[in-house]
Each structure stands twice: as C-alpha cells, then as structure tokens.
Ligand binder design. Structure first.
Ligand SMILES: CC(=O)SCCNC(=O)CCNC(=O)[C@H](O)C(C)(C)COP(=O)(O)OP(=O)(O)OC[C@H]1O[C@@H](n2cnc3c(N)ncnc32)[C@H](O)[C@@H]1OP(=O)(O)O
Ligand SMILES: N[C@@H](CCO)C(=O)O
Length: 344
C-alpha cells in the first residue's frame, strides 16, 4: 500500500476521558500543493477502506480521473481504530508493550476527527479546497467541517447522516452480537472473533444492498434447485473476503464509533450544529440506500446554510457510493466548477 506514517508522540486525549499515549497515523498523499496551496482534497474513508483512495475509489480518484495528482494535492488517512496502519486494537499498547486487543479504548467520531486534525497540522495544510466523506467517512467530514472555520472551502458528504439512527444502531448491535457469540472472541490474539465477524459482515451486507441487487446478481441458473443457492454462497464469500483483510476488534470498535455519532451532542442539538457549518456543501444520497435513507441527507442539506442536496440512482443501495463513479464524477466536477466561479 506504500502508506506514509506520522507518529504523534504527544498522544491524544479521547472524548471518554481516556488517553492514547502515542498515536500513529497512516496516510497517503498524491500530487503536490499548487503555488497558492489551494488544491487540497481530503478524503475521509468509510468503514473498512484504507488510506489508498486510488485503490478503492478508482474512477473518481486516479491518474486519469477527476481527482488526479496533476490538478490536486489529495490526502487520505486511515482513521483511528481501523487496521490499515493507524493506531488500532492490534497496535502495541505503550503501557505494557503488548497489543491492546480487548483493552483498546472506546472511541467516538470526534476522536477520529481529532486525529485527522493532528495530521492536517503536521502536514501544514492551512486550507482544504474540498473534503469528501461517505458513510462513516461522511460522519467524520461533517464533524470536522463543524470544527473548521475558514480552513475548509467545500464539503461533500455522501450516503451519511448527522446522527446515527436507531435502525443503523440496531444493525450494528446485531453485528456485535455475532462477534460476541464466537467463543474465540474471549481470546487475545489476532484471529479472535473472526468467525463472528464473518457473520457480522453478512448481516451488514443486507443493509448495504437491496432486494433488487440480489435479484439482479444472485438469480439461479438451474430451475430445480433445493439447496446450495448462489445467494447463500455469496453471503459466506463476503464474510470470508473481509476476514482475509480485517480483524474483529477493529470491526467491533468501528461499529461502536458509528453509533456514537451525533453532531448535535452538547451543541444545542442537530439543527443548531448544522447551522454552524460555514463551508459550501453538497450532500449526496443514493436513492436505494436502506441504511442511510436519503431523507437523512435531505435533513443535513436543509440545515447547513450553504448546502444543496443531490440524489444519485443506483441498483446497489448504500454501496452505490463506491460503485457509481461516473455519476459522482459528473456532479462533483460541476460542484467544483460552480465553486471556482463563485470565488471569481
Ligand atoms: C486491502 C484491501 O482490499 S482494502 C479495501 C478494499 N475495500 C474497500 O475499500 C472497502 C470498500 N469496498 C467495498 O465495500 C466493496 O469492495 C464494494 C462495495 C466496492 C464492491 O463489493 P464487491 O464485494 O467487490 O462486489 P460484489 O458484491 O459484486 O461481489 C463480487 C465478489 O463476490 C463474488 N461472488 C459473486 N457472486 C458470488 C456467489 N454467488 N458466491 C460466491 N461468490 C460470489 C465475486 O466472484 C467477487 O469476488 P472477488 O471480490 O473476489 O472478485
Ligand atoms: N461497504 C463499505 C461501506 C460501508 O459503509 C465498507 O465496507 O467500507
């Protein structure tokens, strides 16, 4: 992946009151600052992605895509608690030299944003032309946009919300229950809870896709089948695919982080908090999203002073934000052109 690493020796005070003594942040940058340092695109990735945005968001980010290293200085960092290089449950706890495993502290979206802010200062980025985040990444982007003032020109939030819903929390709790009933979850090693996580990913996928997605991609070719259905092997394969690249501790924690998301907590509620966001904003929803229904994005757009709402169409439900690059590329290009015209 060729990540870069920043080690922040001062550590981080968490919202819970606990403290991470030392913090490593893994990140990627592509391109260079323009002479005015006004070409920074910062990406806040979603649940199981990583900082290599050119790898997982091709079609939107790449050498020949809208966000390319000739025109932009692109930054993406792996967020706190994940497992792609930034401090997480498998990292060494400086207090005892062992991996944190079950002792990793509970985090909130605000802690993740505090880590992004540490990296922004380390990279001496004074102004971000556009921040883009989707799903859990969109939660971080909104939270960070609330905290930034003149430093952020444009905000793009995709398939996300301002406070996680009871429906979303229920899906997350069901996934944690799957991890917790795995007998190996009680152990302290890298493989603990992996069977449970396989089930959890299968549950999650039902919220990321739709009836129509499965109807389209998992129909049987044989008429008289009574077992071994394609949809069954698909669910199992998806669990397996995640187990090859993730760990159950991070997965468990990330779902808790998502549940913690409430932009209005301690800030006189959501409407007041959204009203404080100064950046020009584009809030995008996927018409078939079952887990972050588009009314959530309409609400966000309605209460940010300089925001517009846009709906993209997809067969893929929530995961449409990762797959509909062509539609996204067009709308984001227009958004950036309008933004430049407004500046002149
Ligand atoms: C190191 C890394 O990999 S890092 C990060 C990469 N991932 C991320 O960034 C997270 C974001 N990405 C994602 O969540 C997903 O990749 C998405 C949403 C973009 C796409 O989902 P996918 O799982 O690739 O697509 P889809 O749902 O079409 O499934 C295709 C896979 O299922 C397999 N599959 C399809 N039908 C079946 C079936 N009936 N039975 C078994 N397997 C099946 C395909 O062979 C394919 O396998 P492959 O991924 O090994 O090639
Ligand atoms: N399917 C994506 C998005 C979830 O919001 C992921 O695993 O990161």
């Amino acid at each position: 992946m060729n990540s870069k690493y920043y080690i922040h020796k001062e550590g981080l005070q968490l919202e819970s009151g606990e403290r991470l003594k030392e913090l490593t942040i893994a990140y990627h940058t592509y391109g260079n600052y323009d002479p005015k340092r006004n070409n920074v695109i910062w990406v806040c990735h979603a649940l199981t992605a990583n900082s290599d945005v050119f790898d997982w968001w091709k079609g939107l980010f790449g050498e020949n895509d809208l966000f390319n290293p000739r025109d932009y200085f692109i930054v993406c960092d792996n967020f706190l608690g994940s497992c792609y290089g930034t401090t997480g449950p498998l990292s060494e706890n400086p207090e005892n030299g062992q991996a944190y495993y079950h002792d990793f502290p509970q985090l909130t979206v605000r802690d993740l944003v505090a880590a992004h802010e540490i990296l922004r200062k380390h990279l001496q980025i004074e102004r971000i032309q556009m921040m883009i985040g989707s799903s859990l990444g969109g939660m971080q982007a909104l939270e960070w946009a609330y905290l930034l003032n003149g430093e952020l020109d444009n905000l793009v939030v995709l398939a996300s919300n301002a406070k996680h819903s009871p429906w979303g929390i229920a899906f997350n709790e069901s996934q944690r229950m799957a991890v917790e009933v795995d007998p190996s979850w009680k152990e302290s090693n890298e493989k603990a809870g992996l069977d449970g996580m396989r089930v959890a990913r299968s549950i999650a996928l039902l919220s990321y896709r739709t009836y129509a997605t499965y109807d389209h991609s998992q129909q049987e070719n044989e008429e008289d089948k009574t077992d071994d259905f394609r949809a069954s092997s698909y669910q199992r394969y998806q669990g397996e695919k995640l187990a090859r690249r993730f760990n159950a501790y991070s997965y468990w924690h990330l779902s808790k982080i998502m549940d913690s998301h409430d932009l209005g907590r301690g800030r006189n509620g959501l409407v007041a908090a959204l009203g404080q966001i100064k950046s020009r904003s584009l809030i995008i929803g996927v018409n078939t999203d079952q887990i972050f229904p588009i009314d959530e994005q309409r609400f966000v757009a309605k209460h940010i002073p300089h925001a517009s709402f846009l709906e993209i169409k997809s067969l893929y439900g929530h995961d449409g934000f990762l797959l509909e690059q062509e539609q996204l590329s067009k709308v984001l290009e227009s958004f950036l052109i309008e933004s430049k015209n407004n500046e002149q």
